[in-house]
Ligand binder design. Structure first.
Ligand SMILES: Nc1ncnc2c1ncn2[C@@H]1O[C@H](COP(=O)(O)OP(=O)(O)OP(=O)(O)O)[C@@H](O)[C@H]1O
Ligand SMILES: [Mg+2]
Length: 266
């Protein structure tokens, strides 16, 4: 198996394109083994057609950075209806080969329970080469592109439609309550960057990093207090412990888990 690199040589600049990636003629068995060892098997069976589509995009002109969180950096292009997200190291500003355990866990939870409430996605393990002929194993998430809530709100403000912002907030309350009723909640308070609208207008979550089914976290999680500075007065009541308790289904057998569609074709 090729050498595992601590950090890939693709340096990530702010607003930079991701370029310089070369397709590697990989041995599927080698990648599968690496993927299984790293719990990345979810998308493997369907990964070839998608990789055949996205590797040339990365190889060619590259893709534009469309967003960056604490753990993942997202790339896309105006004419594409999906984003590709890679785990990255914020300090070193390089792509990293692995998803952190919280990404693996959150991905699995979303995949198995949040159908209809989460942007469809699949994880893809593959091998690529950098410009110097060195092989790297990488993991990525390919996900349906959405209009991020923060951008929608910015646009409403810019076009003097601030009254419609309440509709975005209501959509978020409804989305959260539907997730709670499946026994899942998102402890990341920054909902404006972690939710968005699908082409059919449905609001969905996009960030697997901080979703949990551990109800004991709810009353204490950073969100209730910290979320208030994000949600503002209008949403404060919606995120109270009592509202959570009303929506959250305690009995696991009553929860309607819905698997989410995987992306097998882009
Ligand atoms: N499906 C998507 N469509 C459009 N933009 C996206 C999508 N996914 C991510 N982005 C952009 O990229 C940013 C970072 O993505 P994401 O929130 O998944 O990463 P993160 O916060 O590092 O994640 P995590 O908490 O899982 O480690 C988002 O805030 C958003 O601006
Ligand atoms: Mg995020």
């Amino acid at each position: 198996m090729s050498e595992r690199s601590a950090g890939l040589s693709f340096k990530l600049g702010r607003d930079e394109r991701l370029t310089g990636i070369r397709r590697h003629t990989f041995d599927p068995v080698e990648v599968l083994l690496w993927a299984l060892l790293n719990e990345l098997s979810v998308g493997f069976s369907s990964h070839k057609p998608v990789l055949d589509r996205i590797l040339p995009l990365l190889e060619g002109e590259g893709l534009d950075q469309v967003g960056k969180g604490a753990d993942m950096v997202a790339y896309s292009r105006d004419d594409l209806n999906f984003v590709i997200k890679f785990p990255f190291d914020d300090g070193a500003m390089t792509l990293t080969p692995y998803f952190s355990p919280k990404i693996v866990d959150g991905f699995f939870l979303a995949q198995t329970t949040l159908g209809g409430l989460f942007a469809p996605m699949t994880d893809f393990p593959t091998a690529i080469e950098d410009g110097r002929g060195k092989t790297h194993f990488v993991s990525m998430i390919v996900q349906q592109k959405v209009r991020v809530a923060a951008d929608v709100i910015d646009e409403l403000r810019a076009t003097n439609r601030t009254r419609n912002i309440a509709g975005v907030e209501r959509a978020y309350v409804k989305l959260s309550q539907r997730a709670w009723s499946r026994g899942i909640f998102d402890t990341d308070p920054n909902w404006l960057e972690n939710t968005g609208f699908m082409p059919d207008g449905q609001m969905v979550m996009i960030d697997v990093g901080e979703i949990t089914k551990n109800v004991r976290e709810f009353p204490y999680y950073e969100g209730i207090e910290r979320r208030n500075c994000y949600v503002g007065n209008t949403l404060r009541k919606a995120f109270s412990v009592s509202n959570f308790a009303r929506c959250y289904l305690k009995a696991p057998h009553e929860r309607q888990f819905v698997p989410m569609p995987k992306i097998a074709k882009v």
